[in-house]
Design a protein around this ligand. Sequence first.
Ligand code: SF4
Length: 206
Amino acid sequence: MDNTLKIAISPPVQLGGTLFTPEQLMKIGSVVGSDSKIEMTGFGQLYIEIPFEEAELIEEQLRSIGLKVYPVGFVTKGLIACHFCKGAEEAGLEIAQTLNQAIAGIAIPAPIKVGYAGCALGTSEPLLKDIAVVKMKNTFDIYVGGNPKGVKVTLGSKLLSGLTEDRLVPVITTVLEFYKANAKPKEKFNKFVERISLEQLRQVAA
Ligand code: SF4
């Protein structure tokens, strides 16, 4: 019987992007053991397997050195944010951290990636994510339905524009809750958007 638990870990949403400290990497290496594998995912999280009976303690130790710990599988992944090169305030670091806190690890019908860009240059490629947030000076635009896989890559379509900061988290969580409540089993988010229609999702989100 498998006696391990797979978890996802990442640094916090921060200036400079997905940066680990040497202390964090050493701690990760020590909790998994020398004969383990550490998987680097395409969405900025490391997957590790830890002993099931020590999971709570290990997760607490990882959090105590600044790491984020999430479940794996059919959940919302941690926010895939840009490097905030324009600075914390101009690029919206604080609201990105709040958004990550609100969405990461929510159980949903199929895994979802949410992208965030601190300006319209979008160097974090947000429109290739299921849900994208792009900061436009003092407001935010939201896109849905991006899909980078296969030979028919799809860019996200604009769902709402000109959102003020206070509306950002409620709108994104409303979209996720609507998807969770109305998707077919394992229905991918981009397929769900196609089936429900952008217009209906817009009405729900607004
Ligand atoms: S999206 Fe804009 S703020 Fe963020 S790293 Fe790229 S250029 Fe900088």
